[in-house]
Design a protein around this ligand. Structure first.
Ligand SMILES: [Zn+2]
Length: 236
C-alpha cells in the first residue's frame, strides 16, 4: 500500500466534515432569515390594526362632537323660547343654523368613515390569516431545520472520531504536508491525470513528476505550480 492511500481516506473524511460544518453554520442563518420574514408579516398585521383603530377612533370622536352640538342646539332652543326681542331671537336662529351645518358636516364625515370600516376590517382579517399561516409554516420549517442541525452535529462528532483514526494511519511527513496545505488549497491531494495535468490547478507536469507519482512510495510528490499532493489511483 502506498503512503498516499490512507491520506486519500483522510481527505474523504475531511471533505464530509467540511460540508457538514458549512451546513452547521448555514442552518441558524436560515432560521434567522425565516424569523425576519415572519417579523415583516407581523408588521403588516400591526399596521392594518393601527389603521382600523385610528378609523374607529375617528368614528367615535365625530359621533361625540356631533352629540355635543346637538345638545347645545337643544339648550339654545330652550333659551331662545324665553327671549324677548326679535333681534335676539334672529341672532339665536343664525347661531343654531351655523351649528346645525357643523352637525351635518360631522354626520357626513361619520358616514364616510363608517363606509371605510368594512374594508379596514377585511384588511386586518387578511393580514391576520397570513400571519397565522406564515407562523405555522415558519415554526414547522425552523423545527425541521433544528432537527437537521442536531443530526449534523451528531454526524460531525462521529466523523471527527473517525478522522483521528484515519490521521493516525497516514505517514507523518504526508500528514504534516497535508495539514499545512489543506487550509489554503482544497482538495489538498489531487489526481495527476492521463495527460499529466494536475487536477487542482490544471498545469501540465514535467515527466520527472509523473515518474515519481508512478513510483509512489514514501516520498511526497507535489504539483510544481500549486503544491498539491499528486497521486494516481491504482491500475490507472
Ligand atoms: Zn497543481
Amino acid at each position: 500500500m502506498s503512503a498516499i492511500e490512507p491520506l486519500i481516506d483522510l481527505q474523504d473524511i475531511d471533505s464530509q466534515i467540511r460540508d457538514l460544518e458549512r451546513e452547521e453554520k448555514d442552518i441558524p442563518r436560515r432560521q434567522a432569515q425565516e424569523r425576519a420574514r415572519l417579523a415583516g408579516v407581523n408588521t403588516s398585521l400591526s399596521s392594518a390594526k393601527e389603521q382600523l383603530d385610528a378609523l374607529l377612533l375617528r368614528i367615535r370622536q365625530t359621533e361625540a362632537e356631533a352629540a355635543d352640538r346637538r345638545e347645545k342646539v337643544r339648550q339654545m332652543k330652550i333659551q331662545q323660547a324665553s327671549l324677548k326681542t326679535n333681534k335676539e331671537f334672529q341672532a339665536y336662529t343664525m347661531q343654531i343654523t351655523g351649528i346645525q351645518q357643523e352637525i351635518d358636516a360631522l354626520d357626513a364625515r361619520q358616514i364616510a368613515a363608517m363606509d371605510e370600516r368594512p374594508q379596514a376590517e377585511a384588511r386586518v382579517r387578511e393580514a391576520q390569516a397570513k400571519a397565522d399561516a406564515d407562523k405555522g409554516g415558519v415554526d414547522e420549517f425552523c423545527g425541521e431545520l433544528g432537527e437537521r442541525l442536531a443530526a449534523v452535529k451528531e454526524e460531525l462528532a462521529a466523523l471527527r472520531a473517525r478522522r483521528k483514526e484515519a490521521a493516525a494511519a497516514v505517514p507523518q511527513n504526508f500528514l504534516r504536508y497535508y495539514e499545512r496545505l489543506r487550509t489554503k488549497r482544497w482538495p489538498a491531494a489531487v489526481r495527476l491525470n492521463r495527460e499529466c495535468v494536475c487536477e487542482g490547478c490544471h498545469l501540465v507536469q514535467p515527466p520527472s513528476v509523473e515518474q515519481m507519482v508512478q513510483r509512489g512510495g514514501d516520498n511526497i510528490v507535489a504539483c510544481t505550480m500549486c503544491g498539491r499532493l499528486l497521486y494516481r489511483e491504482p491500475g490507472f
